[in-house]
Ligand binder design. Structure first.
Ligand SMILES: O=C(O)CCC(=O)C(=O)O
Ligand SMILES: [Fe+2]
Length: 286
């Protein structure tokens, strides 16, 4: 029998969700988004998805084939959907990041917020670890990324639900999963699969004739490391200033102040704090 992923509910204590995430490297939380939030996000995204490109010619050849040619992606989500910001600042997700990332940083940030629609006929994605983007971080390293996939439609194996390998966050880097070790993150729309940056996973194949598997890939990263998505350009100050403060911080407008750890401050502009600049731009006091 194939591997299974443990399912919890958003009403479960965050500490129980954390325990499973730390032990298995992955956990599914059902009913993370209530139906009205999920519908709102889908409505916000619909106009953008129609025009989303199937190719990414500016990125390198490996990334293009990694993304696949039957998969549509869009980013800059906080600028496109206020409802998405509720997911970004969700207390369960932030509670987990506090526990997992704060031991290795003073504050963490959004790494990427991306809609991924796996199209009909798409092949399964290469199994990978998201944290391998940062090959220059010496290993072994503390956990420096927390990632997730939120289902905006029902995720079934047939439609291309994410495949995830429980326990693989603790494997030797060279170890490849065997078929029986791979679990399928089947879950109803509104659920989220949360996994560690070190956990092996990849999008499944979409065997349907006409259904797009829509999900949001959202991940968080320690505040001192370069993010995959350039959040300051994706969500520039004139857009960010109208977003909630916690979202501004998560977009990297918060400086990474490591004084407590005996370090310095990173992320200032003209020696000023970008959070104060956003406040001033909104008409408040700088
Ligand atoms: O779409 C998915 O299910 C996973 C995508 C993914 O893992 C990635 O692009 O890094
Ligand atoms: Fe991934």
């Amino acid at each position: 029998m194939a591997q299974q992923i443990n399912h919890l509910r958003s009403s479960d204590p965050t500490v129980s969700i954390l325990e499973v995430l730390k032990h298995d490297g992955v956990v599914i939380v059902e009913d993370m988004l209530d139906p009205s939030l999920r519908d709102q996000i889908n409505r916000d995204l619909d106009p953008y998805m129609k025009d989303a490109a199937l190719t990414t010619p500016d990125l390198n050849d490996f990334i293009q084939s990694f993304f696949g040619d039957k998969t549509r992606r869009i980013g800059a989500l906080p600028a496109k959907s206020r409802a998405f910001c509720d997911v970004l600042a969700n207390p369960i997700l932030l509670g987990l990041c506090d526990e997992i990332l704060l031991p290795a940083c003073s504050s963490y940030q959004m790494n990427v917020g991306q809609v991924i629609e796996v199209g009909p006929g798409a092949a399964a994605q290469l199994l990978h670890r998201d944290e391998d983007v940062w090959v220059h971080v010496p290993r072994p390293a503390p956990m420096f990324q927390v990632a997730s996939m939120t289902a905006l439609v029902d995720f079934t194996e047939e439609i291309g639900a994410t495949r995830i390998v429980p326990g693989s966050h603790e494997w030797e880097r060279e170890r490849q999963p065997e078929a029986h070790e791979v679990a399928v993150a089947e879950m109803p729309a509104g659920s989220i699969a949360i996994y560690l940056g070190r956990t092996i996973h990849g999008a499944g194949a979409n065997a349907t004739a006409d259904l797009w598997r829509r999900g949001i890939h959202l991940s968080y990263l320690v505040g001192w490391l370069r993010t995959e998505e350039n959040n300051y350009i994706a969500v520039p100050p004139d857009v960010a200033r109208d977003l909630p403060e916690r979202v501004q911080e998560l977009l990297g407008y918060q400086m990474h102040d490591a004084i407590e750890a005996g370090g310095g401050v990173a992320g200032y502009v003209e020696l000023r704090d970008p959070m104060k600049m956003l406040r001033a731009a909104k008409g408040g006091v700088a």
